[in-house]
Design a protein around this ligand. Structure first.
Ligand code: SAM
Ligand code: FES
Length: 462
């Protein structure tokens, strides 16, 4: 069976550093070039492009195989791709104007000595199994454990690069000295960081010049419209809290930290919330529906992204958004920018103490409950019930743990994020939310699945 006319395999098997592999010979760049070449030639629906694991020919990598012909290539480089595509997908015709090659120019890469290939693959398999057995006998730490132990290093490099705004300083190309001068940092240390970022494939280097990759230029450079740096700086802020996890586990709560947060911390935090919820907010509004909804209360509304989505979805909806005094001026910026200030009304207050008002059709708690303890959440739900009209809905949106609380991974880790950062917060499971809502007096409590990491739990006021 041939669901596609062509099927191309590129080996992308990662191996420990220093061990020959297709990625160490550049197979990821080959894969990217192949992908863009197929797209550029309008062949996306003709070709299945598949990454594959080790074929035991690692010293000869990058290895790729083209079917239905069954042609094996070795030592492929991105510059060979136009000719390979010409050969297989364009019936041997040179189609790429940049390339003066004919498909013949890649003959030198074709490997058709089946006996030698098989011998190499078999020998590789035997060597690999012997090496693994020797490591096991010696009691060496397995690679996945090693990688997990040192996993903070790449993360820390990237966070530091974001804090120092390295990617903006690199711009369209700069030396370590130039970057050091721009960000007012030590040139030798900057060079070490830039080199590590190259090793992490977040920059490229030619001679003394560093350049952004297409990804870092898009997501981490100030002038780019998709720049996420401000939102991501929140992750750099909470890095310091995570360093206190050991002590927090001993104590059962976080270590004392400065509760008066800087204006910059709050701005970064709200930017991060806005970035996280940008795609999700319209989905939440769609899931809840605007039929019959006139008044919405958005508790801890942050950037206002959910109220804005409600206001945009229906001109009949009026939203009241409550948040802390240091946040409301930032909310006002987002709401004004969205052009919905006539429908979204901002209120300064503390949701744990201050009155909610009454007569609401929907009360929203988006990404709020994980900051609070069980008792605080039940109390919030009780007061939300009082604020709703009969038949009104309480909507809790959050990361929801599996019933046994051991996953999803992100949600289990996020629970610890709450341990180090809040007095009594945690990630909670569906049975917990359901029980609390029922205890508070809601009926018909149900979960609504959303695409992405968080879901809704919705209860109806009797
Ligand atoms: C994780 S953010 C979620 C923001 C928004 N709901 C969203 O999903 O994008 C939590 C929000 O609750 C606000 N908040 C936290 N404690 C609060 C309190 N006691 N009273 C009012 N707002 C509070 C924070 O200022 C922040 O805007
Ligand atoms: S890593 Fe590609 S063939 Fe072994």
């Amino acid at each position: 069976m041939e669901p596609f006319r062509f099927h191309l395999f590129v080996c992308t098997q990662q191996k420990p550093e220093g061990v020959a592999s297709c990625p160490s010979h550049g197979s990821l760049a080959v894969l990217n070039r192949l992908d863009s070449e197929i797209l550029a030639r309008g062949l996306r629906n003709e070709v299945q492009l598949t990454t594959c694991g080790c074929m035991g020919l690692c010293d000869e990598g990058p290895i790729m195989v083209a079917y239905p012909e069954g042609v094996w290539y070795r030592h492929v480089q991105p510059s060979d791709i136009p000719a390979i595509v010409d050969r297989h997908l364009n019936n041997g015709q040179t189609a790429h104007s940049e390339s003066n090659r004919t498909s013949k120019s890649v003959d030198r890469l074709i490997w058709n000595d089946a006996a030698a290939m098989k011998a190499m693959s078999v020998e590789h398999g035997e060597r690999f199994r012997a090496a693994m057995a020797a490591r096991d006998r010696a009691g060496a730490l397995p690679d996945p454990l090693n990688d997990m132990i040192r996993g903070y290093m790449p993360s820390r490099c990237l966070l530091t690069a974001l804090e120092l705004d390295i990617f903006t300083a690199v711009g369209n190309g700069a030396s370590a000295e130039q970057v050091g001068a721009t960000i007012n940092a030590n040139a030798r240390a900057v060079a070490m960081l830039l080199d590590a970022l190259v090793a992490l494939r977040l920059l490229t280097k030619a001679g003394e010049e560093y350049r952004n990759t297409p990804e870092t230029a898009r997501y981490f450079v100030q002038e780019s419209q998709d720049n996420h740096r401000n939102g991501l700086l929140h992750a750099a802020d909470i890095w310091h809290r995570w360093s206190t996890l050991t002590e927090a586990v001993r104590r059962g709560t976080h270590l004392p930290f400065e509760t008066a947060r800087s204006a910059e911390w709050t701005r970064n935090f709200i930017a991060a919330m806005q970035r996280n919820a940008k795609d999700r907010a319209p989905l939440v509004v769609e899931a809840l529906g605007t039929g019959g909804v006139r008044r919405v209360l958005d508790l801890g509304g942050g950037s206002g992204i959910y109220s804005i989505a409600f206001a945009k979805a229906s001109s009949d909806v009026q939203c009241d958004l409550l948040d802390l005094p240091e946040v409301i001026p930032l909310t006002a910026e987002y709401v004004n920018k969205a052009g919905v200030s006539a429908q979204v009304h901002l209120r300064t207050g503390n949701m744990l103490h201050d009155s909610f008002g009454s007569g609401y059709d929907v009360v929203m708690l988006n990404a709020i409950c994980h900051s609070f303890s069980e008792e605080q959440n039940i109390a919030l739900f009780r007061r939300a019930l009082q604020a709703l009209v009969p038949g009104g809905r309480l909507s809790v949106q959050d990361f929801i743990l599996n019933d046994d609380k051991t996953g999803p991974l992100h949600t289990a880790l996020f629970s610890l994020n709450m341990l180090v950062g809040t007095d009594g917060g945690a990630s909670y499971s569906e049975p917990e939310y359901t029980r609390w809502m029922k205890e508070a007096g809601f009926s018909d409590v149900r979960r609504i699945s959303l695409p992405g990491p968080s879901d809704l739990i919705v209860g109806i006021s009797k």
